[in-house]
Design a protein around this ligand. Structure first.
Ligand SMILES: *Cc1c(COP(=O)(O)O)cnc(C)c1O
Length: 433
């Protein structure tokens, strides 16, 4: 590094820039999965070598989430982001009850997306006052649950106004609502866009004056706005731009509100690196941006609690999926490690959960993660479909029957986002270590 910063001679400088050019021509590699230590060739999860953890779990395949990493991620967010920002956990990323229980203690609130998730959040001990419920097709029974529990409902349709007015009257309880706005902008560079243009989510910003009038006449307890532009974004500047636009929109909409805005959810969308060439999100500009918004809100929305909601970013990097090699086959020179796990437990690692082009998740052989021999191999599952692919011709530690294949970045959108019943193989287990 020093030579690059302070070249001793023109020759050294030329050699160094040639090296930089050569490095930039190398194929992109996965970001280092350095959140997990390796000890004597074994990946260490929650303080335990992987082979021993597999014995403790009692079966493969399984998901393991590292409690220490979850705490670390929450603490580093708190340390970086301004104190005026509340952090919510969007539990659809990982609804495992033990995880929700831990997050309920670490975060300021929980975002749920169904009556089923609401039950898990309440069981986990989350404060109902700090739970919010979003989703485009809330059933009447779910709205009743939410009013009875006293949680904040993110309204996504005119239909919900009338239903909630009736439910509130029947139960003799207030219906606490925020309006989920479908804005007139998109989150640029997002893996999955969930706002802007025609969408099933939220209510179009153009329809807002009418909706706010209806909420007022129906006597609902209006608290504020919810904006969620998209998911899996690794570009800090796009996230900052979406936050600024969301904030400005909320300030504009607040002028049409009879009651003060007491709640403003600015969304999330923070991504994690999955694929070659991707790097971890730089939080520093986002922290500065949020500090600017907090400062302006002091005068423009003085009663509003400012919230961001994160799912994947909080839990994704803390989790791994582990499957055991049951066969090693060679087909026309290509090595296939056939495991007892696959897309039925981990749809997103197979590339079939919203990805346009299939790319490999970071994968290793967790009981041979040291410096042993390596080879190119594909990791597949037991299903009778070529889609059941966990790693396509990757450079991996050389593995044999009995070894433990690990898929990193698996703490979010894993078991609950996969078709476990497909082909009737055994379910996977999830542990928090
Ligand atoms: C899915 C979802 C989230 C979480 O998204 P991540 O990409 O996991 O952070 C947050 N808010 C809403 C409304 C969602 O639908």
């Amino acid at each position: 590094m020093n030579e690059l910063l302070n070249p001793a001679s023109a020759a050294a400088s030329a050699a160094a820039s040639a090296a930089v050019v050569a490095a930039s021509r190398l194929p992109p590699v996965h970001a280092a999965m350095d959140q997990f230590a390796v000890h004597q060739g074994e990946l260490v999860v929650g303080g335990m070598p992987l082979s021993r953890l597999a014995e403790r779990v009692g079966q493969t395949p399984f998901y393991a989430l590292d409690r220490g990493l979850l705490r670390q991620r929450a603490a580093s967010l708190r340390a970086l982001l301004p104190a005026g920002i509340k952090l919510h956990y969007a539990m659809k990323a990982n609804p495992m009850p033990a995880v929700v229980g831990l997050m309920a203690g670490l975060m300021d609130g929980i975002d749920v997306a169904s009556g089923g998730e609401l039950k898990v959040a309440l069981d986990a001990g989350a404060d109902p006052a700090e739970i919010s419920f979003a989703g485009p097709g809330k059933r009447e029974s779910e709205l009743r649950q939410a009013v009875a529990a006293g949680v904040l409902i993110n309204l996504e349709s005119v239909r919900e106004v009338g239903l909630l007015a009736d439910i509130a009257a029947q139960l003799g309880l207030p219906a606490r609502v925020a309006v989920r706005v479908n804005p007139d902008f998109e989150l640029k560079g997002s893996g999955m866009k969930m706002g802007g243009g025609p969408k099933q989510f939220g209510v179009d910003v153009e329809a807002m004056p009418d909706l706010l009038g209806r909420i007022q006449s129906a006597g609902l307890a209006f608290e504020g706005f919810h904006l969620f532009a998209g998911s899996q974004n690794l570009k800090a500047e796009s996230i900052c731009e979406a936050q600024q636009k969301s904030y400005a929109l909320a300030v504009r909409l607040a002028q049409d509100c009879a009651q003060p805005v007491r709640f403003l959810n600015l969304g999330g969308g923070f991504g994690i690196p999955y694929f070659p060439g991707e790097r971890r999100l730089d939080l520093a500009p986002i922290a500065d941006n949020l500090a600017d918004i907090v400062e302006r809100a002091r005068s423009e929305l003085p009663q509003a609690a400012l919230v961001i909601e994160l799912g994947r970013y909080l839990v994704g990097e803390a989790g791994i999926y582990v499957a055991r090699v049951v066969d090693r086959k060679i087909s026309r020179g290509q090595v296939f490690l056939v495991t007892d796990g696959g897309l039925h437990h981990h749809l997103s690692a197979s590339g079939n959960f919203g990805q346009v082009v299939r790319k490999n998740y970071p994968v290793t052989v967790g009981n041979k993660a040291g410096s042993g021999p390596r080879e190119q191999a594909s990791v597949v599952g037991p299903l009778c479909t070529p889609l059941d692919l966990l790693a396509d011709r990757m450079d991996l530690p050389q593995a044999d029957v009995g070894d433990l294949v690990v898929v990193f970045q698996s703490g979010a959108y894993g078991a609950s986002a996969s078709p476990q019943g497909f082909l009737g193989h055994p379910a996977c287990v999830e542990v928090l270590v």
